[in-house]
Ligand binder design. Structure first.
Ligand SMILES: [Zn+2]
Ligand SMILES: [Zn+2]
Length: 366
């Protein structure tokens, strides 16, 4: 059976058992900065020490878990009798202060690079700005099926998506109002673990929350079902994607939202087929019309046109109707290519049968 190893969290943070919550916070800040692996490049034990500090702070910064710890470890009397008033914890400034202490000497971190050209006069880390834990939201990939005509003429389509949006209860902070935050012990606040993967413990924010918001469990976002109107541009082809900037998952802790990427699928048309900017269609005509010629009504993308079939048209012959294909800006309009097929009727009237019989007799006389 595993033996429970007793840990003196007060000793880990270098404080007496009757320390106030403010003293615990200050001690954590000092210890986290002192033992952060970035500050101790050749010390292989720094990471372990950092994790111990984080664990100690996680327990002692929450009055409920601290009371339980004190009871189990026999600190109850000391702490309860002599502890001074505990003061309200200002968790936001604490975690930012620690990040500032840790990273203030770095010339420019990723998060500030975007603005570095316009904010040269400012120090790379301003005291109250969260610097490290913003995280851009993920993109959402979806597909949408549009009709053949919509794919050519454009239009609008409704799309239902499920996306993370900022939690209303905690304003996207992820914390209960009295919660403390600490640097994530798994990734040491970098948000990344081995191989540059996103840290799963803090989701890449570099921060863990000791008393998370009950609505969003500390992530600062909740999944919401949304219906969006998507504008389909004209002349879009199967497999092409639309990118709707900022319509993806919400970022974490003030990070930008991801994008919504919509792949276009086109349902086939019963009459037309697309061939670049040309359209192709098959037009069935009767044997009599093929022989004698005549007018045929042909649908186009807008209104129907009447086309004259010449005498003696062969089955499979293709006619080109100039300019009745797809029109794109700055491009020559495509054509409509119609291929004639001879329609053989399955049943005929008595009159038709008599006439056809005469025709057949004539053919056989020759
Ligand atoms: Zn982490
Ligand atoms: Zn929340």
């Amino acid at each position: 059976m595993a033996k429970l190893i007793k840990k003196n969290y007060y000793q880990t943070l270098g404080i007496p058992p009757n320390a106030t919550s403010d003293e615990i916070r200050q001690a954590y800040r000092r210890a986290a900065v002192r033992h952060h692996p970035d500050k101790n490049p050749n010390d292989h034990t720094a990471e372990d020490k950092f994790k111990e500090i984080s664990e100690a702070y996680g327990v002692l910064s929450n009055p409920d878990t601290r009371r339980e710890y004190d009871r189990l470890e026999g600190f109850s009397n000391i702490s309860a009798n002599s502890r001074r008033n505990t003061d309200p914890v200002n968790s936001k400034s604490t975690i930012n202060d620690i990040f500032n202490d840790l990273f203030k000497n770095r010339p420019s971190r990723k998060f500030n690079e975007k603005n570095s050209s316009t904010k040269k006069q400012e120090s790379p880390v301003s005291r109250n700005a969260p610097i490290h834990h913003k995280k851009k939201g993920a993109n959402i990939q979806q597909h949408i099926t549009v009709s053949f005509r919509e794919s050519i003429l454009g239009g609008e389509a409704m799309l239902q998506i499920s996306r993370d949006e900022p939690c209303q209860k905690c304003n996207g902070e992820g914390t209960k109002s009295d919660s403390t935050k600490a640097i994530c012990p798994r990734c040491i606040g970098t948000g990344k673990v081995k191989g540059n993967d996103t840290c799963s413990r803090c989701r890449g924010t570099g921060i863990i929350i000791h008393q998370p918001c009950s609505t969003c469990s500390g992530w600062g976002v909740n999944a919401k079902e949304r219906k969006l109107k998507v504008k389909i541009p004209h002349s879009i082809e199967e497999g092409k994607s639309l990118r709707l900037a900022g319509q993806g998952h919400s970022g974490l802790l003030g990070g930008d939202s991801g994008d919504l990427i919509v792949e276009i699928r086109v349902s086939p048309d019963p009459f037309f087929e697309r061939d670049g900017n040309d359209l192709r269609a098959e037009v069935p005509i009767s044997f009599a019309k093929a022989v004698l010629g005549g007018q045929v009504k042909i649908p186009t993308l807008s209104e129907s046109v009447v086309f004259s079939i010449p005498k003696g048209t062969q089955s499979g012959h293709t006619f080109r109707l100039k300019g009745l294909g797809i029109c794109q800006e700055d491009q020559q309009a495509g054509d409509l290519l119609i291929t004639v097929s001879i329609n053989v009727p399955r049943t005929v009237s008595d009159k038709q049968e008599q006439l056809l019989q005469k025709l057949l007799d004539l053919e056989e006389q020759n």
